[in-house]
Structure formats: C-alpha cells, structure tokens
Design a protein around this ligand. Structure first.
Ligand SMILES: NC(=O)c1ccc[n+]([C@@H]2O[C@H](COP(=O)([O-])OP(=O)(O)OC[C@H]3O[C@@H](n4cnc5c(N)ncnc54)[C@H](OP(=O)(O)O)[C@@H]3O)[C@@H](O)[C@H]2O)c1
Length: 222
C-alpha cells in the first residue's frame, strides 16, 4: 500500500488531497495544527500528527514521528495569504506569511525529501500562479506573491538536491479554488483541483523534476 504525506490537511485543498488518497486505498499520513483536527483525521482512518509549520519545534517533532517512514508521495499544502491590502506590510504580517509559506518549506523539505527519495517517489508543494514572475500581469497580493516566488525557489533547490537521489519534485498551482482562501467566487471546486493535482503529479517522470505546473499539467513560467 503506497503512503501519502499531506502537510496541512485540516481543511481546503489539503483535506481533499488526504480524502482522495485514502479513498483510493493509500495509507495517508496527515498533519494539522490542533489536537481536535488531528482527532478528526484519525477518525477518518489516517495517521495524524500535529504540525504548526511556522514553529521550528513542531517541525522537529514531526521529523521524529517520520523517522522510519518511507513516503511515496508528499504534498506541502499549508499556506497563508496574509493581508488583503497591498499597503506597507507590517512586520507581523510579513513574518507570518514568509514563515508559513517559505521558512516552513526550507525546514520541511530537507526532512521529507530523503524519505521520498528512498521510494523514488514524488514531492510537491502547493505554490500559486501568483508567485510566477514570468506570467505576472497584476500586482495585487504583493506579499503573498513574493512568498510563493520564494517558495518556488526553495522547491527548485530541493529538485536539484534530491532529484539525483530519486525524488521527482514539482511546484503546483491548484487553480483558483473554492476554499476558505479562494472564496466562493473562485473558478473550480476543490474536488476538481485535487483530482487534477494528483493525476498530474502521478504522471510526472524524472524529466519533469523541478517543474512549475498548473493542476491540469500545463507548464507555468517561473
Ligand atoms: N484556494 C486557491 O484558490 C489557491 C490558489 C493558489 C494557491 N493556493 C494555495 O493552496 C494551499 C491550500 O490553500 P486552501 O485554498 O486549501 O486554503 P485554506 O482553506 O485557507 O487552508 C489553508 C490551510 O493551511 C493551513 N495552515 C496555515 N497556516 C498553517 C500553519 N502555521 N501550520 C499548519 N497549517 C497551516 C491551514 O490550517 P488551519 O486550519 O490550522 O488554519 C489550512 O489547512 C495554500 O498553500 C494556498 O496558498 C490556493
């Protein structure tokens, strides 16, 4: 039975990823911030561990739990949009968005990628098209855009380090998805986004290591 690791599975895209892998017969290791959320994931049949991606000691605790695991597919999903205005960012907003979207990846990928490489598996981060510099035509959400551009850089480095060890690493845009973050006016339902994300990641080959992709498999410029 293959194992999927979903980092940030309490709700939205992460929760649906966990649900779909479980339905397909995978063993699912899922993380969430609170004990109540972990209890709900465990009750659904997953192995659940607490994780606040913005706290170093929480990441260290997860690393201990994952010590003997071999992971076929891992998704780093947890993310924060931050302020809905584009004025001068407060230090608190900057730190919250950058710690959640960037620093967490810098700490988590070195823990998770070797476990994925052992299985010659797949490692994906949920980025955003808003982080693309090459495809950018608007500036709204400037702090979030900067954080996802930086996340893409972290993913690219992981692909260079862990691709030769067997891991296929990719960054994904999930579409504009109807979740708490995407809002009710978004383009697609979470089930459609996640079905596309899973299918696209599953068909990647070593030649795709280090790509930035839309959920439907279309390449996005960095
Ligand atoms: N929805 C879209 O249209 C869209 C588009 C492009 C990219 N994305 C990206 O997709 C990912 C998932 O977003 P979503 O749409 O599912 O949003 P969401 O419904 O707002 O869910 C955000 C998820 O991130 C988790 N999270 C935030 N900070 C965390 C932390 N410090 N530690 C652990 N978990 C944390 C949340 O956990 P809690 O429940 O504990 O808060 C929740 O599970 C994000 O990275 C987002 O940037 C979304």
């Amino acid at each position: 039975m293959p194992t999927a690791l979903i980092l940030g599975a309490s709700r939205g895209i992460g929760r649906e990823l966990a649900r779909q892998y479980l339905t397909d017969g995978w063993r699912v290791i899922a993380t969430a911030r609170t004990q109540e959320q972990c209890d709900a994931l465990a009750a659904a049949g997953m192995v659940a561990y607490p994780l606040d991606v913005a706290r170093a000691e929480s990441i260290a605790g997860l690393g201990w739990h994952l010590d003997d695991e071999k992971i076929d597919t891992a998704w780093l999903v947890a993310g924060l949009y931050g302020p809905r205005h584009d004025g001068f960012p407060s230090e608190a907003d900057f730190d919250a968005v950058m710690h959640t979207n960037v620093l967490a990846a810098m700490r988590l990928l070195p823990i998770v990628a070797p476990l994925v490489a052992q299985r010659r598996g797949r490692l994906a981060v949920i980025s955003s098209r808003m982080g693309s510099i090459g495809a950018r035509t608007a500036s709204i959400g400037t702090l979030y855009r900067a954080s996802k551009a930086a996340l893409n850089s972290v993913l690219k480095d992981a692909s260079i380090d862990f691709g030769p060890q067997g891991a296929i690493c990719a960054a994904f845009h999930p579409g504009w998805v109807k979740t708490d973050m995407g809002g009710g006016e978004a383009d697609i339902e979470v089930e459609e986004s996640v079905a596309g994300l899973r299918a696209t990641l599953a068909r990647l080959t070593a030649a795709d290591n280090g790509s930035f992709l839309n959920y439907d498999g279309t390449l996005i410029p960095w």
